[in-house]
Each structure stands twice: as C-alpha cells, then as structure tokens.
Design a protein around this ligand. Structure first.
Ligand SMILES: C[S@@+](CC[C@H](N)C(=O)[O-])C[C@H]1O[C@@H](n2cnc3c(N)ncnc32)[C@H](O)[C@@H]1O
Length: 221
C-alpha cells in the first residue's frame, strides 16, 4: 500500500475527501480552527514551544496541521527550526495540497513557502525542519529513531481507518514520546483512549471542536 497517491473527490467548499477511506481530511465546519483547537491547544501549544521542539504526526494529508503549527511557531517568536515529522501512507499530489490550502488564505505565506521547497520527502527552511516518512505507519513508526514532544494523531475516523488507531501503534507513539510529552486527537473513541492509557499515557477527555462533544488529550508519564 505504500507509495500510492491519495485518491480524492472534492466537496463544493473545496474540502478534499478520501476515496480510499470515504472521509474528509478535516472538519467540514472550519478545518483551520479545528486544528488550532484540537492539535495546538490539545498539546498546550504554543505555550510549550521552546527551541528544538519536536512535533510528530500520524497522517500528513494536506499539510494543514503542519502549516498551522509552523505559523504559530513563528508567531510565537521562535527563530530556530520547528522539527515536524509526519507519517503518511498515501501522499497527496502537491497540486491537490495547494488546492485544499487555498481555502485558508491566512496560511498563504506559509503554504507558499512550503510548497516552493517541498519535493516529497524532507524539507529544511530557516524555521522549519520537516520530514515526511512515507508508508504505513504501522511499519514505519517502529523503525523511526526520533522522539516527539507532542503528537498530532490525525488518521481518518477510527471507524473508517482503524489501522491508524490500534493499541500496538499507540504503544509505538508512547515509545516515541519524551517523558512529559503529549498527544492530542479529535476523537474520543473508547478503544483509542484505552490504547493510549495502556501505552503509558494519562488520558483525559476535553471539549471537542464544533459538533464534536469530546476530544482526547494525553500526557506521557
Ligand atoms: C484525516 S487525514 C490527515 C489530515 C492532515 N493532518 C491535514 O493536515 O490535512 C488522515 C491521513 O492519514 C493517512 N493514513 C491513513 N492510513 C494510514 C496509515 N496506515 N499509515 C500512514 N498514514 C495513513 C491518510 O492518507 C490521510 O492523509
């Protein structure tokens, strides 16, 4: 399954929907605000940003989460690179990323800079050290040598993409998180929360974005 391109359809609002998983890439209500609520605030960002901070992500998709985090990193005054590693099995074509990201004009300065340098693997800019690890995260994450201070767990919904939320993968997430590090996700599915708890995270439910009642925040002991 590795190295296959994402298959997409588009809503009238230009939100990409996965043909492989029959699920939109982000909230139909407001993807940017969802990312800020779930992944930034869910990991206590930007408050925890310090030079050398490392974010890792399951599911790169359009790059919306990356660009939202990177723009917050710069806005918080950081001048060294944010380290961001994302695991992705079905990379999107850059033209599709650009089409999706055009809906978020606020992010245009970061989207333009990123897409101008992005060749499909690693990408180094003054304030960003980015790497996409291609392939099924169940195979690639166990081989990853890095660790993260904060995780963005952003697979498609657990009902449609259960392989990205299983207990073994949550253990791998924990094993690749520093002590005191965090993870956040939009879902509050019981099996995901249990998997994170069994892997060594202290897990809490907090208010979700938009129509979602709950989301999940996790802190590694
Ligand atoms: C909800 S989308 C991610 C949205 C993204 N974070 C963004 O900012 O646009 C979920 C992503 O997980 C990827 N994915 C699904 N199963 C995977 C797997 N087993 N390993 C790695 N990536 C996977 C999909 O291809 C998709 O890009």
């Amino acid at each position: 399954m590795a190295n296959q391109r994402a298959k997409l359809t588009w809503t009238e609002d230009q939100i990409p929907v996965s043909g492989q998983f029959d699920d939109p890439y982000y909230s139909l209500q407001n993807g940017l605000e969802e990312t800020r609520h779930v992944f930034l605030a869910g990991n206590d960002l930007p408050a925890r940003f310090v030079p050398g901070f490392r974010i890792a992500e399951l599911g790169f998709g359009t790059g919306l989460n990356l660009l939202t985090a990177w723009s917050a990193w710069e806005a918080s005054g950081q001048t060294t690179p944010l380290h961001f590693t994302s695991f992705e099995a079905y990379p999107m074509a850059p033209d599709d990323m650009a089409r999706a990201l055009a809906c978020f004009p606020e992010l245009a300065p970061w989207a333009d800079r990123f897409l101008a340098h992005w060749t499909g693997a690693a990408c180094t800019l003054e304030t960003l050290q980015f790497e996409m690890v291609q392939g099924d995260a169940r195979q690639t994450l166990p081989r990853w040598n890095g660790v993260a201070d904060g995780w963005f767990l952003d697979g498609f919904s657990p009902a449609k993409n259960p392989e990205l939320w299983g207990a073994e993968l949550m253990q791998q997430v924990a094993d690749h998180t520093v002590s005191g590090g965090t993870a956040a996700t939009y879902t509050a599915a019981g099996f995901v929360r249990r998997g994170l708890a069994e892997a060594g995270f202290t897990v809490t439910r907090s208010p979700g974005f938009g129509r979602k009642r709950h989301m999940t925040r996790a802190v590694r002991a």
